[in-house]
Design a protein around this ligand. Sequence first.
Ligand code: DX5
Ligand code: ZN
Length: 217
Amino acid sequence: MVKLAPSILSADFANLLDDVKKVENAGVEYLHIDIMDGHFVPNISFGPIVMNALKGKTKLVFDVHLMIENPDNYIEEFVKAGADIITVHVETCTHLHRTIQKIKSYGIKAGVSLNPATSVFTIEEILPELDMVLLMSVNPGFGGQSFIESTFEKIKKVRTLITRENLDIDIEVDGGINPSNVKMVVDSGANVIVAGSAIFKAENINERVMEFRKNVL
Ligand code: DX5
Ligand code: ZN
């Protein structure tokens, strides 16, 4: 079963809860929460305060994507703000195993994300510890960018590694996904789909979510 994870980066921040309710009512599973620090990525989004404001107001799974340096320092704060899954970037973690154990010590799920230029082999050793691998299909930092085509092959490589080790790990793909390319993303082996602008900038969010669904189910 493919899960949809709308990214609130493209939501209307003046009416954030309204937008969250719209995607929840449309039947998505996750809420993708992009945290950017202006150091690891060239953009600043928002922090745990904003996330905390949504806590308890929706049943959606809080899927937190940390695009920040020194993520270890902030894990606890994001757990308190309601994170169900925390994903860190391999490029920001010198002691990735330690960081993953720290996330899991709070009883939540742990993921690792790879930038488009980062090899899948950087996570080969940590794979058995993970709940999710998040493959970036754009260079992180902004919504509304175009999907990088080489991601299809990369998804297949990660799916092969997971199958070879007989593991049960989600593959999430993030960036430039829309109803036209989502089928290829899923056919390549992804089962969690992030979509920011394609969902929140749609004229009718409900219809757009249905378009995504009919292309992958
Ligand atoms: C990019 C973020 C994405 C972004 C996706 O750095 O991690 O989650 O919001 O937005 P779209 O779907 O518009 O590419
Ligand atoms: Zn993201």
